[in-house]
Design a protein around this ligand. Structure first.
Ligand SMILES: Cc1cc2nc3c(=O)[nH]c(=O)nc-3n(C[C@H](O)[C@H](O)[C@H](O)COP(=O)(O)O)c2cc1C
Length: 174
């Protein structure tokens, strides 16, 4: 069954019909305000949905609509944001502000990955996300992917690998 929050993301919001069998779920929470970030998001989502990774459901939600129930019902997280004013985007911060306390106890130790794009320096954005995820006690499944300027093919590939790694980790945890 396909669900769509935003028609523009329709092809990337397909949930798996599991026939009643529960499978681990990866939730992608992303702020995607430009074609550059769309390219990184698509690469990360494609990696997570690679055919070689079986038995993992991948759900994507824009950060401005992702809710605590989405977080509670997932087993791992993939976060994507631009660097804005030396911090994560306001959209991703808004997401964390909404889900922090409702999800604090239930989601400890869950794995997550992060990609960040900036035009000159992503350090503050990564630090900011790590500060919140440290509070949530989520564990970093892989080093964040930091992309500065025009994304190279290597950067796109790194986002793909990030998505694949976090998703594949769920098959090991299961
Ligand atoms: C208000 C604002 C603040 C920004 N602050 C930063 C920043 O602190 N560091 C950085 O590397 N890029 C910064 N940027 C650039 C964005 O990260 C960048 O526009 C975004 O990742 C999308 O990339 P694109 O414009 O190449 O599509 C900022 C952009 C805006 C609009």
């Amino acid at each position: 069954m396909a669900t769509s929050v935003n028609p523009g993301y329709a092809t990337l919001l397909t949930t798996t019909d599991t026939g009643g069998i529960s499978v681990p779920r990866l939730l992608i929470v992303h702020h995607t305000p430009s074609p550059t970030l769309q390219a990184l998001f698509e690469a990360a989502a494609e990696g997570a949905r690679d055919d070689a990774i079986e038995g993992v459901e991948v759900v994507a939600r824009p950060a401005l609509v992702a809710a605590d129930v989405d977080v509670l019902e997932a087993d791992a997280y993939l976060l994507g944001t631009p660097a804005n004013l030396g911090y994560m985007s306001g959209a991703l911060k808004h997401f964390f502000d909404r889900i922090y306390y409702p999800c604090l106890e239930a989601t400890q130790r869950r794995p997550y990955g992060l990609y960040v794009h900036g035009n000159n320096d992503t350090t503050g954005a990564v630090r900011a996300v790590r500060s919140v995820t440290k509070g949530l006690e989520w564990r970093e499944a892989r080093e964040p992917v930091e992309v500065v300027g025009e994304p190279s093919q290597a950067s796109i590939d790194a986002c793909w690998e990030l998505g694949a790694t976090v998703a594949a980790g769920l098959t090991l945890d299961a």
